[in-house]
Design a protein around this ligand. Structure first.
Ligand code: SF4
Length: 322
């Protein structure tokens, strides 16, 4: 039986580029170019890749915050791209987004209590008394005191602000949270606290997460599965443990090699990626990773690799395995 809360198939988000002299479309930035994955109820899928690879665009496209060019998005079996305005509002209640910068996500002039209540009001939640009670429950759910509700965002640390943002996102009991780099702006010690909080909330509330990050080590513990994205495409998907044991794509191997190891006897060698990610406006012919790959061969410059299924949910797009 299909237990997926979210299914994304062949998603494409292309941004038009206008000419400098005449307002005519002269090309497209193919930010997301044929992305597909699914997430089960209560599961975490990590989506990892360098800045600019299209992972945040994917998250926003799922919520229809951006125009999608083609592809299908199913949330609880409903075709998100075909939803009418009211149906979309109802679906968005069940799919909430957490941004990277908790300070920018909160109105500096609003108290924390008002900021949380605002979400409840948008979704017509209960009476004033019920909203006050729910606001108190939420702030405590994320490990903060209800006495904080009368304070303003500037009175909190980055970690506390991210807890408040999470409380806001949980206000209307979503079934899926899209967490877009939720810990990237925080100190390392605070990062683990927020990740632990998200893990505990998932156990308690059975929420699914799409956890977007640029650092594989951040997503390792929270994700059951990980999808690695490069230049608008997913290049490898695997169970998290399997990916750390047996990464197949040269790009995933390079990302893994960049994670610092504390063991001084470790023989792990860092793979230095030459050059930058290709210009997304002009992705290379063939494999998009070909200009940085130490294994690149003739066909890598001409043929785009197909997805190869290694079983157990482990897939890779690379000619090395064909
Ligand atoms: Fe490297 Fe070729 Fe595999 Fe691309 S397809 S990752 S260039 S070996």
């Amino acid at each position: 039986m299909n237990n997926n809360i979210l299914e994304v198939n062949d998603l494409k988000v292309h941004f038009p580029i206008k000419g400098q002299l005449i307002p005519k479309t002269v090309g497209y930035v193919k930010a997301v170019d044929g992305v597909g994955f699914d997430i089960e109820y209560g599961e975490t899928l990590g989506l990892v890749g360098e800045s600019g690879c299209g992972k945040s665009t994917t998250g926003r496209a799922i919520l229809r915050l951006l125009k999608v060019n083609s592809g299908r998005i199913f949330f609880e079996g409903k075709d998100v791209l075909k939803l009418k305005k009211n149906e979309l509002k109802e679906t968005r209640k069940n799919m909430q987004l957490i941004f990277q910068d908790p300070y920018a996500s909160l109105n500096p002039r609003m108290t924390i209590g008002d900021a949380i209540e605002e979400v409840l009001l948008v979704h017509n939640f209960g009476t004033r008394l019920q909203r006050n009670k729910r606001t108190e429950e939420l702030i405590q759910l994320v490990g903060l005191s209800k006495t904080y509700l009368t304070r303003h965002p500037h009175e909190f640390s980055g970690g506390q602000r991210q807890r408040i943002v999470i409380a806001r996102a949980l206000a209307v009991e979503p079934k899926l949270l899209i967490c877009d780099e939720p810990v990237s702006a925080l100190d390392v010690s605070i990062q683990s606290q927020i990740i632990n909080l998200l893990e505990n909330l998932q156990k308690e509330l059975d929420i699914a997460y799409l956890f977007i990050a640029h650092d594989l080590s951040v997503v390792k513990h929270i994700s059951k599965r990980i999808a690695v994205m490069y230049l608008g495409k997913i290049v490898e998907v695997s169970d998290s443990d399997e990916l750390f044991r047996n990464a197949l794509h040269p790009y995933t191997q390079a990302l893994l090699s960049a994670i610092p190891v504390i063991d001084p006897d470790s023989k792990k060698k860092r793979i230095i990626l030459e050059g930058d990610m290709q210009d997304i406006m002009e992705p290379p012919k063939g494999c998009r990773f070909n200009n940085r790959c130490m294994y690149a061969m003739d066909r890598c410059y001409n043929e785009e690799p197909e997805t190869i299924d290694f079983g157990g949910g482990h897939t890779v797009d690379c000619h090395l395995y064909k």
